[in-house]
Design a protein around this ligand. Sequence first.
Ligand SMILES: Cc1ncc(C[n+]2csc(CCOP(=O)(O)OP(=O)(O)O)c2C)c(N)n1
Ligand SMILES: [Mg+2]
Length: 290
Amino acid sequence: MTSWVDLKSKYEISWCPGCTNFGILTAFLQAIEELIKDGKINKEDVVVTSGIGCAGKIGDYVNVSSFIGLHGRALPLGIGIKLGNPKLKVIVFQGDGDTYNEGLEHFISACKENPDVTLIVHNNKVFALTTGQHTFTTEPGYKSKSLGREVFEKPLNPMALALVSGATFVARGYSLWTDHLKYIIKEAILHRGFSFIDVIQPCITFHNTRNYYESRMYKLEDIGYNPTNFKEALEKAIEWDYTLREDSKIPVGIFYRSERVSLEDGLNTKEWYKINKDMNIRKLLSELLV
Ligand SMILES: Cc1ncc(C[n+]2csc(CCOP(=O)(O)OP(=O)(O)O)c2C)c(N)n1
Ligand SMILES: [Mg+2]
């Protein structure tokens, strides 16, 4: 029986001591362990892709197939892998910089096209690995060294953006509520279609939002929220605007889930896969290249 500890690779972890990425790694590995134990997924079918940054390093720390891509490009990489072999369970990890800055168009495309892929965003509201410059989700008042001034611009609201772009599973987790995050990750992986989780996280070195978050968050399950109504989901999505306003409340949990045809089913890639699996690509290429 695979334990989540065995699902961790042997590589030394280079996140800061106390980094909240440890919470995301633990929640993910425990989610995978439970899904394997329940016979819902096979370890051999799990593929992780990740981007560049502190978040991106997670690809090295999981003992499953993984591929670290370019900054902002882990999502199209994961979608390509899924289209190539639709049997795989693809989980993409990106930072907020990866997702909402460098790779924003890929995020919108995935929401619209609905590939059966899970995206987990480590949203610390900064470019952490490059020492804390602002991103699209940084709130006004944050002094960014790349700007040389305080941010005054409005932060992007990724939850609202995902919903209006057509995402079929939209959730928010918190990196230090690992049991709750594990539950969301399991639901996201089992969802058929694009599943998106914005994991809000304090960056203890460059942007420590821990007290702010923990005094304002509440779980949607605790208020009997039903995530099937689009308009209600949109209302929940705009309840917190990603600023650090005093009067905010921050909902976490599953905001929305619905069903429609996935990208690979629409394209019928299962049939392509059956044909291509038996094809000798080397022979084909050598014939094409003469
Ligand atoms: C195309 C490209 N642009 C910029 C960089 C420099 N860079 C490396 S890590 C990083 C920050 C990543 O921030 P985020 O995606 O939020 O992840 P975090 O480090 O916060 O977890 C940047 C800008 C890069 N490697 N590639
Ligand atoms: Mg970041």
